[in-house]
Structure formats: C-alpha cells, structure tokens
Unconditional design. Structure first.
Length: 119
C-alpha cells in the first residue's frame, strides 16, 4: 500500500503564519483608524487592509490558494458592488449634509433651567 499525502493540506506552520498575518493586518487597521489624517486617505487605507485580510482568509481557509481566478472574484466583486451602490446613492445626499453632527458648546449641554411661573 502506498502512502497518499494531500499536497494541499495545511500545516500548523501555515495556520500560525496565517493567524500572525491577520493579527498584523488587524493591528495596522486599528493604528490607521486612530491616526489623525485625512478621512479619505484613512478610508482608502482601511479598505486596503480589509481587502488584504479577505485575500488571506479566502486563500487559506477557503482553499482558494491555487484558484487565482476565484480568489480575485471573491475579493473584488464586493468592492465593485460597493462602488456601484455608492454611485447610486451619492447624488441623493448632495447639498444635504445628513452625515454631519451638531457640536454644541459646553454651556449648552447643561440641563435647561426651570422657568419661574408668572402670577
């Protein structure tokens, strides 16, 4: 009887490397999120780290390491759909700053004082 070894099997070393890579990417995302930089650049960097994490997870745990076409489709199809959804909804918010929060001074945050009654 011959020994049959699965050449696509993952070893403990591969799992540890994958875990470490995901840990580093998560730390980078947390670091970028706490930086005081332009919001557009921050969003670009966060999407980039998320795409990198998607690639790692799909390649290792979904066993798509050797199926490049499927790996690319799984990674970039949601990004393309998100851009399409953004393109359809963006014109609705033009001129309407619904995403802005009102910032009041500290004195306005106090509870309103009771108005004396008129006799």
């Amino acid at each position: 009887m011959t020994d049959h070894h699965d050449h696509n099997a993952l070893t403990y070393k591969t799992y540890f490397f994958t875990w470490f890579l995901l840990l580093v990417l998560t730390a980078i995302a947390l670091g970028v999120g706490s930086l005081n930089i332009d919001e557009r650049l921050k969003a670009f960097l966060l999407v980039g780290t998320t795409l990198a994490k998607i690639l790692v997870i799909a390649a290792m745990f979904m066993h798509l390491r050797y199926e490049r076409k499927n790996l690319i489709l799984i990674t970039f199809a949601p990004l393309i759909l998100a851009v399409i959804m953004f393109a359809f909804t963006y014109p609705e918010t033009l001129g309407n700053p619904t995403h802005l929060l009102e910032v009041r001074p500290e004195s306005a945050k106090e509870a309103p004082k009771a108005v004396p009654e008129h006799k």
